[in-house]
Write a protein that binds this ligand. Structure first.
Ligand SMILES: [Zn+2]
Length: 350
């Protein structure tokens, strides 16, 4: 039932309430829910474009904590102008080397990130963590493997690996080309190589990473990365700062539950989202938006207000409407965002 209703939302999206790229994500995610019969990893010699997309303009590296540095993407959605630079790339710089948390949306973005990293340290990259399977978080794997060899592990949840090796990987690779007018050309699919789950630790000499997974949140297979000694948590897309997440595979209740467990188990002093600024305020921003939306939808379902009326109920909540002006892509996406929450509330209540 959920997939059918979400399919209806997708149909509405195609009629014009959503950006084209998001409408495409809706249908592709439904497809991606079915594992591919065969891995869809491409043979670069046969299928990749001959031409490589242009160099990505340098973005500054910001220090978040003693071991954590971040390149912040100014935009929230992929365009030809931003060449797919829509999500942050985070480096943990430690005694035993550098670990990358989310590698960006293309070979060129990864190359830009490596240029910035090398202004800071000549230490090698010794691991990548892909927080989930949306392409802006892992298509850059190619650039890091080109620069540092393929001898280091690329960590992800098993569900993320399955998605990238299946239809979802090909979908994101091809879509990023389309959305950026081929600016990401030359990027090859390099899937994660090691499955990790809640509790997995990566010792790096002077700092330890601990991974967290508490079931479905932004997707069914998110990994949050705690930089234990710095009291920092990289949350991928579990939380965002002034951005609207793609919740097609997500759960509002699951996200709120995951956030509470991360607070309880990590006691962080800074959150690092993959979209927007790092810091403490992302927690309250995201949590209050999600609570506002989900609780409004529960109210709407209990009052027998139909799906079409849920947005009006949600916009009466100041936790929701108060974020409209500062959030990128609000107008085009809030309707669908609320619809997904309504369907989850409906399923939860009946
Ligand atoms: Zn995502």
């Amino acid at each position: 039932m959920t997939m059918t209703r979400r399919g209806l939302v997708a149909s509405a999206a195609v009629t014009g309430t959503l950006a084209l790229w998001q409408a495409e994500i809706v249908s592709a995610m439904a497809e991606a829910a079915t594992p591919a019969k065969e891995p869809a990893v491409k043979d670069p010699a046969v299928k990749e474009p001959v031409v490589k997309g242009p160099v990505v303009k340098d973005q500054p590296l910001h220090q978040v904590s003693p071991h954590v540095f971040m390149i912040e993407a100014p935009d929230g959605f992929p365009t030809p102008e931003n060449q797919g630079l829509m999500s942050n790339i985070t480096f943990v710089v430690a005694k035993h080397g550098v670990v990358v948390v989310d590698s960006g949306a293309s070979l060129q973005i990864a190359e830009m990130a490596i240029r910035q990293l090398r202004t800071l340290t000549r230490a090698p990259v010794v691991g990548i963590i892909n927080t989930h399977y949306h392409g802006d978080h892992w298509l850059g794997n190619h650039g890091f493997v080109e620069a540092y060899g393929s001898g280091f592990p690329i960590y992800a949840h098993a569900g993320t690996r399955q998605a990238i090796e299946g239809n979802s990987g090909t979908f994101w690779h091809d879509s990023m080309l389309k959305w950026t007018s081929d600016a990401t050309a030359g990027t090859r699919i390099v899937p994660p190589t090691m499955s990790v789950d809640n509790g997995f630790t990566i010792p790096l000499g002077d700092v330890t990473l601990r991974l967290h997974h508490y079931g479905q949140a932004h997707t069914h297979s998110d990994i949050a990365v705690e930089i234990v000694d710095d009291h920092v948590v990289c949350v991928g897309d579990i939380m965002m700062d002034r951005r609207i997440a793609n919740m097609d595979d997500g759960s509002y209740k699951g996200t709120l539950n995951t956030i509470e467990l991360l607070i309880k188990n990590c006691k962080p002093e800074a959150w690092v989202p993959a979209h927007g600024d790092a810091g403490m305020k992302v927690l309250e921003w995201h949590r209050s938006l999600f609570m506002g939306i989900y609780e409004s939808c529960v109210t709407a379902v209990k009052q027998n207000i139909p799906l079409e009326g849920a947005l009006a109920v949600a916009l009466k909540d100041p936790r929701v409407s108060g974020k409209a002006t500062e959030t990128r892509g609000w107008e085009k996406n809030i309707g669908k965002y609320v619809s997904i929450a309504y369907l989850e509330a409906e399923q939860d209540l009946f």
